[in-house]
Design a protein around this ligand. Structure first.
Ligand code: 2BA
Length: 109
């Protein structure tokens, strides 16, 4: 068994949730925050049999799209000067950042 952890953009989260249910995957959604953009994203935890991992990855890929996002300059007065960015920066946020972990035990009491 494997645990798939997928960080996706909030805009894709409802579509991905529905697609996972349609393909009979069980998932838990967590509201998370990206360390770099410090804006909201959604993390899915999907436990599944090894044999279904590729199908789950395909469903994730098909339902999440990458987008360019602009980071506005952040005033150093507002907080930590270490994170001060003096000019707008455009970054491409991926459709999904995915980790696949082995599961030692699974219980559903
Ligand atoms: P954020 O950390 O908010 O990052 C958003 C996007 O900003 C990233 O997209 C990347 O294009 C850019 N970025 C991140 N860190 C950067 C840096 N130090 N310098 C320059 N650009 C940087 P993605 O790579 O597609 O990541 C999307 C989200 O997935 C991330 O949001 C974070 O929440 C998660 N993520 C990505 N890589 C991860 C990792 N190795 N471990 C844990 N979470 C990760």
């Amino acid at each position: 068994m494997k645990l798939i952890i997928a960080v996706v953009q909030d805009q894709d989260s409802n579509r991905l949730s529905k697609a996972l249910v349609d393909h009979n995957f069980r998932a838990t959604k967590l509201a998370t925050t990206g360390g770099f953009l410090k804006s909201g994203n959604t993390t899915f935890m999907i436990g599944t049999e090894d044999i279904r991992v590729n199908k789950a990855l395909q469903v994730i890929k098909e339902n999440c799209q990458s987008r360019d996002q602009l980071i506005a300059p952040v005033s150093p007065m507002g907080g930590n000067a270490d994170s001060y960015i003096p000019y707008p920066v455009e970054v491409e946020v991926g459709g999904a950042t995915v980790f696949v972990l082995p599961i030692e035990e699974f219980h559903n009491f």
